[in-house]
Design a binder for this molecule. Structure first.
Ligand SMILES: C[S@@+](CC[C@H](N)C(=O)[O-])C[C@H]1O[C@@H](n2cnc3c(N)ncnc32)[C@H](O)[C@@H]1O
Length: 252
């Protein structure tokens, strides 16, 4: 059975993001955002994903719930939410869907800490945690500066590693491996397209050597009505949800 987006969160997103923008404005924002992620990737690092109300609304209202669904499916398939799990660190959390999905899969008790360089997305992540009834906090900042937790914690990077410059990515991998040796569970999720992730094979090898796994996923989805309408209107097709992941269960 496919998982669902919690209704109270979706209602909150619709209320806040469709209040001042029309459906066609959000649809246009979604098309601009998709084109940025697929064809104009060089501009992502400049914060172009957040530079306009339409794109921001699409980021929160469309990609937030979509990423929530994908991460929830992956977490369930990997058994990643098994106890004990007291804390989830969501690096590059955006509006907070990845950490939230994992925390809810674990029954809602783990505290979620999000770290995000965009101030706007950080505030949205706080709204997400509130709407979902999670104990969560989000801080605006650089994910590489974050001290990584160990035993009892999950660390998730949802569609974020591909946005890091080469040097930052190279610095991050050994730190994730080291956190897993101290007991943290590590989950990295990225798109299945290979162009954004030329580093994948190297990461997958290191993760496998540390006892982890590399997966490609395809899940049938039943998108909530507002997402299905936006998807179709923007010329996209997310009736099947796809992603790739790296998973390290953590030592001990
Ligand atoms: C494609 S979005 C995904 C957001 C969220 N994880 C999700 O699943 O929807 C990638 C996010 O990573 C953030 N990000 C990229 N590089 C970062 C860095 N060095 N430090 C903190 N956040 C970063 C971006 O601002 C953006 O919000």
């Amino acid at each position: 059975m496919s998982v669902a987006v919690p209704e109270e969160w979706l209602a909150d997103l619709e209320r806040r993001h469709l209040a001042e923008l029309s459906f066609p404005e959000v649809r246009k924002g979604l098309q601009a955002l998709s084109s940025l992620y697929v064809e104009r990737r060089g501009r992502i690092g400049t914060g172009a994903a957040f530079d306009g109300a339409g794109k921001r609304a699409a980021f929160a209202l469309f990609f937030g719930p979509l990423h929530f669904l994908v991460v929830r499916e992956i977490v369930d398939a990997l058994g990643a939410a098994a106890a004990p799990l007291s804390r989830i660190l969501d690096l590059g959390c955006g509006t907070g869907p990845a950490g939230s999905a994992w925390a809810l899969a674990a029954g809602g008790s783990p505290e979620v800490s999000g770290v995000e360089r965009s101030g706007w997305a950080t505030q949205e992540a706080r709204e997400t945690f509130r709407a979902l009834g999670l104990r969560g906090r989000a801080a605006a900042g650089e994910l590489l500066r974050e001290r990584l937790p160990g035993s009892g914690a999950g660390i998730v990077l949802g569609w974020a590693v591909n946005e890091l410059p080469d040097g930052a990515r190279e610095e991050l991998l050994p730190r994730l491996l080291e956190a897993a040796r101290r007991g943290a569970r590590v989950l990295v999720v990225e798109p299945i397209a290979s162009r954004p992730v030329p580093w994948w094979a190297g990461w997958a090898k290191a993760i496998a050597e540390a006892g982890g796994r590399d997966d490609l996923w395809r899940f049938p989805s039943s998108l909530p009505p507002v997402l299905a309408l936006l998807d179709k209107a923007a010329g996209l097709d997310h009736r099947i949800l796809t992603a790739r992941s790296l998973w390290l269960p953590g030592a001990g």
